[in-house]
Design a protein around this ligand. Structure first.
Ligand code: TYD
Length: 217
């Protein structure tokens, strides 16, 4: 299978969705058809679990039950969306995937490794991302960006399930993502989220081209 599966990871508000859109467009200029998806979500069943989780309805169940719900959503996403698209030669770019469960519920939320490992082998069902792009950024800076964007858009949304955790929690999350990236350095590239969106786009594109020979300039 030559189509690639690329995931984007990072804390809250680091700019993943903008960069995914730009990578889809850069790939398309090189004749590569890529589709964008997200987690939790990406299929109607997984989107139903998403709204339950992100409205905080599962919070009282505790992080282990939440990890199981994220994995249930992922299993459907893998089987009915990601695998079929890869098989029909479309690249798949996902805004978050299994590393988010390990970082949020596992290392930051305290869910034991054994449960996270078991959920991973169950939900991934034999696939692993070919590449994971971690956008690393200080949470203070990311939250400031989110606040500015909301102000510009005239939005005043209440924080969702994880946005409302305190700054120390988000610093811990950032360190945990970096630890995961170090432990899987063959799969990850880490990009600096403090650069401008244009610089980040160029940085990511150069690294993606280096990684996959079919994209060589
Ligand atoms: P979303 O609004 O998509 O946030 P972001 O733009 O930061 O990606 O919400 C997804 C939230 O769900 C985000 O707070 C991270 C969290 N999450 C987990 O805790 N575990 C997971 O396995 C996944 C996929 C997401």
């Amino acid at each position: 299978m030559s189509a690639k599966f690329i995931t984007f990871e990072g804390g809250e508000g680091v700019g993943k969705s903008t960069q995914i859109r730009r990578l889809v467009s850069n790939l398309s200029k090189h004749g590569v058809e890529a589709i964008r998806t997200r987690e939790p979500g990406g299929t109607p069943r997984a989107e139903a679990i998403r709204s339950f989780l992100l409205q905080g309805k599962s919070e009282s169940w505790g992080p282990s039950a939440e990890a199981i719900l994220f994995a249930a959503a992922r299993l459907d996403h893998v089987n009915s969306m990601i695998k079929p698209n890869l098989q029909s030669d479309k690249w798949v770019l996902s805004d978050r995937f299994h590393d988010s469960t390990r970082a949020y519920q596992g290392l930051t939320g305290g869910v034991p490794d054994e449960l996270i490992d078991a959920l991973e082998s169950l939900a991934l069902n034999g696939i692993t991302p070919d590449l994971t792009i971690l956008i690393d950024m200080a949470p203070e800076q990311a939250f400031e960006r989110v606040r500015k964007r909301a102000e510009e858009d005239g939005l005043n949304l209440p924080p969702d399930r994880y946005e409302k955790e305190n700054i120390e929690w988000h610093r811990h999350l950032r360190r945990n993502f970096l630890d995961i990236a170090r432990a899987h350095s063959d799969r990850f590239i880490v990009v600096d989220g403090a650069q401008t969106a244009d610089d980040m786009e160029q940085d990511i594109w150069t690294k993606v081209q280096d990684r996959f020979e079919q994209l060589a300039a």
